[in-house]
Design a protein around this ligand. Structure first.
Ligand code: KIV
Ligand code: ZN
Length: 512
């Protein structure tokens, strides 16, 4: 039997730290369920002491995802570790992940501690964590810029205290494959008790080497890889999960290691994350990019038609990309829709199917052909758990080269069931719509980002609008899809308003 590589997903923790990728509780739960379906071994669900939202997310993910290990990050202070453990209280398989920096640069400028002090902090942290749970991971932050003798000393000490996983992060994306290989090999050779723990790697992508470094570390003996969906993460991101997993699968001849990832769920995982955050992957992104399986050059097309193996090292199906996605139309019934969802891997309950069917028929009135992306959009848009305080009733906008843009918006307040209409002018129709909505809701939003993209093909394509809006210093995402861009823009903005109101309500609830 081949040796196993554990896949540790940190999309919800390190990934969430990247600009524009913050997620609310419901979004984290949705992503966590998808990561569970993907088969990752570990889900790092957050940094418990960082915020009440992070704490709540870890707790909920732990309740819902019972198969994988659920990890919470913490520094080495007792308060951090205790908070992590509190968040993990309901986990079936909890892991405390404690970290401290070990490079002289960090010791001198960030921690202002001596090596001996950091060694002692690490020992104490692992000892305390171990009093709560047997599964304890220790990370030596900035390991690749740490003195190698000191790194060996600290790794040995934490394993003596009971650390079951020792992580050697390339925190600033500085190392290269040969050097990283050497670091892991040295640890294997010099650390007396190294066989009592799993060596983990965690690579950032500042030089674009995150995946290559992770694989080099595996060749040297690392048996856990920390990574994120779509490679999101601090600065240039983390090593991308889908690239690592497919490299391991495609080049099994050179890397004969098993892992538990269901590769057919990779594309859906990537799409789910993009759908939640609004951050799309670049078209030429390996494995999950729009062009990853597109063959443009005639000579390539010719070859692929004769035999796919000529220019394809993996099939689209192996990562969950379906090649023939046009299936349903106006005349398709509920049964056909349910069957199609089943085929796509979604088993809807009867009430959910009814809800989806209602939205499907509405869409089918606007579009001739319904693609799989439309069906995913229906599920992702229509099943969000955020209570809709404000609902759009009608929107009308006028604009032109020589006229002032104006908008007329009618919104229903579901709390009072009153509908109100407001008009406004603005710099363009979308801005006019947003000003009118601000008047209607009494919320003053600062639009940080606005993106629109077509999520389906054809002249009657559905456009998806994604916004980042700041309310009282906190940024919220909002999205909506429609064949009418002004309608989608208004609903995306209201989606952000509703999230802001919901989050304010929840905070009040937590404080009381
Ligand atoms: O990059 C890093 O060093 C980290 C650790 C906290 C694991 O994210
Ligand atoms: Zn990191």
């Amino acid at each position: 039997m081949s040796e196993r590589i554990a896949i540790f997903d940190t999309t919800l923790r390190d990934g969430e730290q990247s600009p524009g990728c913050s997620m609310n509780l419901e979004e984290k739960l949705r992503m966590a369920k998808q990561l569970d379906a993907l088969g990752v071994d570990v889900i790092e669900a957050g940094f418990a002491i960082a915020s009440d939202d992070d704490f709540a997310a870890i707790r909920e993910v732990a309740k819902v995802c019972r198969r994988p290990v659920i990890a919470s990050l913490c520094r080495t202070t007792p308060a951090d570790i205790e908070r992590a453990w509190e968040a993990l209280a309901d986990a079936a398989n909890p892991r405390i992940h404690t970290f401290v920096a070990t490079s002289d640069i960090h010791l001198q400028y960030k921690l202002q501690k001596t090596r001996e002090e950091v060694l002692e902090m690490s020992r104490n942290a692992v000892r305390l964590a171990k009093s709560f749970t047997q599964d304890v991971e220790f990370s030596a932050e900035d390991a690749t810029r740490s003195d190698l003798d000191y790194l060996c000393q600290i790794v040995e000490a934490v394993i003596d205290e009971g650390a079951t996983v020792v992580n050697i992060p390339d925190t600033v994306g500085y190392t290269i494959p040969s050097e990283y290989h050497h670091i892991i090999t040295t640890l294997k050779q010099r650390v007396r008790n190294i066989d009592k723990a799993v060596i983990s790697v965690h690579c950032h992508n500042d030089l674009g080497l995150g995946v290559a470094n992770s694989l080099a570390a595996v060749a040297a003996g690392a048996r856990q890889i920390e990574c994120t969906i779509n490679g999101i993460g601090e600065r240039a991101g983390n090593a991308s999960l889908e690239e690592i997993v497919m490299a391991l699968r495609v080049r099994k001849d050179l890397m004969p290691y098993a892992n538990s990832v269901v590769t057919e769920e990779l594309y859906r995982s990537s799409q789910t994350l993009s759908n939640i955050t609004g951050v799309q992957v670049q078209p030429n992104k390996a494995v999950v990019g729009k062009n990853a399986f597109a063959h443009e050059a005639g000579i390539h097309q010719h070859g692929v038609l004769k035999n796919r193996i000529t220019y394809e090292i993996m099939t689209p199906e192996s990562v969950g990309v379906k090649t023939n996605s046009i299936v349903l139309g106006k005349h398709s019934g509920r049964h056909a829709l349910g069957k199609k969802y089943e085929e796509m891997g979604y088993n809807l309950t009867r009430p959910d199917l009814d809800k989806a069917y209602k939205m499907f028929t509405k869409l089918a009135d606007q579009k001739k052909e319904i693609f799989e992306e439309d069906l995913v959009a229906i599920l992702q848009d229509g099943f969000t758990q955020i209570p809709e305080r404000y609902k759009l009733r009608a929107v009308q906008a006028t604009a032109g080269t020589s006229t002032l843009a104006t908008a007329l918006v009618t919104v229903n307040d579901t709390k009072t069931d009153d509908s109100e209409t407001q008009t406004s002018s603005g710099d363009g129709p979308v801005n006019a719509v947003y000003q009118a909505i601000d008047k209607l809701t009494g919320m003053s939003g600062n639009l940080l980002d606005y993106t629109v993209r077509s999520i389906t093909q054809g002249a009657d394509a559905v456009g998806e609008v994604f916004v980042h809006v700041e309310f009282e210093g906190t940024s919220y995402t909002g999205k909506a899809a429609s064949t009418d861009i002004v309608d989608a823009s208004a609903r995306a903005y209201l989606n952000a308003v509703n999230k802001a109101l919901y989050s304010q309500e929840r905070r009040k609830h937590v404080q009381n």
